[in-house]
Design a protein around this ligand. Sequence first.
Ligand SMILES: Nc1ncnc2c1ncn2[C@@H]1O[C@H](COP(=O)(O)OP(=O)(O)O)[C@@H](O)[C@H]1O
Ligand SMILES: [Mg+2]
Length: 211
Amino acid sequence: MNSKGRFVVLEGIDGAGTTTHVARLAERLRASRVPVRATREPSDGPVGTLVRQVLTGRVVVPGGRAPGWSTMALLFAADRMDHVGSEIDPFIAEGGVVVSDRYDASSLAYQSVSSGAEAKEAVEWIRSLNRYVRRPDLTIVLDVSPETAAERRRHRGEPVQLYEQNEIQRALAAFYKDLNKHMPKDRIVVVDAAGPVEVVHGRIWDAYERG
Ligand SMILES: Nc1ncnc2c1ncn2[C@@H]1O[C@H](COP(=O)(O)OP(=O)(O)O)[C@@H](O)[C@H]1O
Ligand SMILES: [Mg+2]
């Protein structure tokens, strides 16, 4: 591989289209003969697999509830360390482009929003938990209304996951619009993600090419 390594992250609320557009962007890059790896968080590593089991209700604490927001923040941070070390860093070191479906912005958004009254403190703590992981070169936030996202989730027809409640999704949408306030040193581009897949892909491609 001889192109320059690059790390790009797609973020947004559930149903914004991150999974669809990570696949679409990777496909476009591959067609342009760019060495690309599409990946996701929670990752497919051991901790990520555990986190997915929490999200789908297969792992609970005694009493039958999901673990609290701070346990989730630690699990996501541990998964991220493993994900970066095993999948992201080695590929970028070879000059590849890694495109990830979610990264630490999701931790900041989801765990701080679900911490309720402690939100401000939660953001600081989660930021420090993730202090040593690689920064993305570009984070693209897919911005859709919570109503549009809910409609897409309904059409997708998958079982409802831990954070997929309207109130949480509304708070997440607001958080993502202001993401640059929480990550002032990162390059963050908010893209209008309403409309047909190919139209939104065009906007994402423009953001990618601008760098
Ligand atoms: N413009 C669009 N971008 C992405 N997905 C869209 C769009 N319009 C409709 N959809 C549909 O919405 C759903 C989004 O699902 P997904 O990509 O898994 O979102 P997320 O990973 O953000 O939850 C898919 O079923 C997709 O076909
Ligand atoms: Mg998804």
